[in-house]
Design a protein around this ligand. Sequence first.
Ligand SMILES: Nc1ncnc2c1ncn2[C@@H]1O[C@H](COP(=O)(O)OP(=O)(O)OP(=O)(O)O)[C@@H](O)[C@H]1O
Ligand SMILES: [Mg+2]
Length: 227
Amino acid sequence: MKALISLRGIKKRIGSEEILKGIDLEVFDGEFVSIIGASGSGKSSLLYIMGLLDKPTEGEVFFEGDKISYLQDRKLAYIRNKRIGFVFQFHYLVQELSILDNIILPALKSGLSQSEARKRAMELLERLGLRGKENRKPYEISGGEMQRTAIARALINSPRVLLADEPTGNLDSSNTQKVMDIFKEINKDNTTIVMVTHELDLARQTKRIVEVKDGMIVRQEYPPLFV
Ligand SMILES: Nc1ncnc2c1ncn2[C@@H]1O[C@H](COP(=O)(O)OP(=O)(O)OP(=O)(O)O)[C@@H](O)[C@H]1O
Ligand SMILES: [Mg+2]
């Protein structure tokens, strides 16, 4: 089986510091992988490289079998926009735009018509429990709703893979579980997910746990409890 994302011998140096020290990792279609590890261990750096938002100093990244370093900028931008959804720890919603407009922004950028984008956004709003909030601005909704808006925005182009960096980092336990349930549901619908978290309880709800320590993968585990 061909990996969706494949990392081979990834190293990342910043200044004199080596923050990733030779990472080999493959993510397959339909997986739900969590990346855990202490603060500063390299989780975000790894996720950024997987999301093609940053380049390794050494090593190769493959997306759907294509060697990324050989691809032209246009193809890279296409993959980033259409094939990968990113949820950041801080959601970076545009404060001046309504919730609906925030969600449809990436769809318009990728050439979907206004009416198609709106239709899809309304479906996502419904699914993420944001119905009725679509005309509000980000500062008029709760933290949990902002994070769900960011998830809807990441899903608007129906990406093949969703990469999420501490998506529940700022949420209380009830909103955290809501986000986890949404992730499990979209994973069932065949969206591959890679999620960084420092909460083992959440990692245990995924299909595979990858532990990073000092820029290296030190452990992998397939939680028996996955439901
Ligand atoms: N732009 C940068 N310049 C210098 N050092 C950096 C930069 N980005 C990250 N680092 C360093 O690289 C290491 C890994 O950082 P990274 O953000 O990947 O960690 P993390 O595992 O995501 O941590 P956290 O759980 O706190 O988010 C850290 O030691 C950090 O200080
Ligand atoms: Mg981080």
